[in-house]
Design a protein around this ligand. Structure first.
Ligand SMILES: C[S@@+](CC[C@H](N)C(=O)[O-])C[C@H]1O[C@@H](n2cnc3c(N)ncnc32)[C@H](O)[C@@H]1O
Length: 222
């Protein structure tokens, strides 16, 4: 399924992203002036309900200063920076898109968090980490691009410590086909929505027991 991954990578290709961010951020002050993660929130939270959703997911996951967090599909790193700034934890972000990883590193330099928050390129289906490495894994608005959910959740379980927690916030199907293009895919070739029930059925056999499960449809619409 390399062609699917190439298609997803292509969807999130972003030419000159760092330069574009540099230009946009000039309005907030000179390059050597540190920014706060909150100042970036309008452009670096790449999911429905933005910062509010990340904050709520972190609360449900029970993130604290002594937890090591992996953010799978970390985008340009907004959630990772916010979690580190708010909870004092160390965060590793992993993303398929090299352009997003470059942008995430650039923005993290601008907030002065590079010692606490790091990013690397890689696939969620083959996480480049040892077994049992993280306390918490986060996955926000990524699963809809993943063709093999069994492998995705199995990999997440593998890199979690025993007793670790997985926190996910994703788009689910309410039935019917989306009208393409949608924000995560131009065509059905790179879109793999499941219903909420099917998502849960894919997660639990990987070795998870649900501690909380909620439908945010109304809040997302609002
Ligand atoms: C809508 S963005 C969400 C980014 C981030 N989670 C956030 O909420 O700000 C989806 C991200 O998932 C990444 N992604 C999609 N498929 C992936 C895969 N198989 N492995 C790693 N990252 C993937 C994309 O490159 C993109 O950055």
């Amino acid at each position: 399924m390399t062609n699917v991954l190439d298609g997803v990578r292509d969807h999130y290709r972003a030419t000159g992203l760092v330069e574009r961010l540099r230009t946009a951020l000039a309005a907030l002050g000179p390059e050597d002036q540190l920014l706060t993660p909150r100042q970036l929130a309008a452009l670096d939270q790449f999911h429905t309900r933005g910062l509010a959703a990340t904050a709520e997911l972190a609360r449900l996951a029970g993130i604290s200063a002594d937890t090591s967090v992996l953010d799978v599909g970390s985008g340009v790193g907004g959630p990772a920076r916010f979690l580190a700034a708010t909870h004092g934890c160390r965060v590793t972000g992993l993303d398929l898109s090299e352009a997003f990883v470059d942008a995430a590193r650039y923005l993290t330099g601008r907030t002065g968090q590079s010692a606490q928050v790091s990013f690397q390129t890689g696939s969620a289906l083959e996480l480049p980490f040892d077994d049992g490495r993280f306390d918490i894994v986060l996955l926000q608005h990524v699963a809809m691009n993943i063709f093999d959910r069994t492998q995705l959740y199995r990999e997440i379980r593998r890199v979690l410590k025993s007793g670790g927690r997985f926190a996910t916030f994703d788009v689910v199907s309410l039935g019917g086909e989306p009208h393409y293009p949608v924000p995560w895919a131009r065509t059905p070739a790179t879109s793999f929505l499941l219903t909420a029930a099917a998502t849960r059925e894919a997660i639990e056999p990987a070795g998870f027991r649900a501690l909380a499960w909620q439908d945010d449809t109304e809040a997302a619409k609002a």
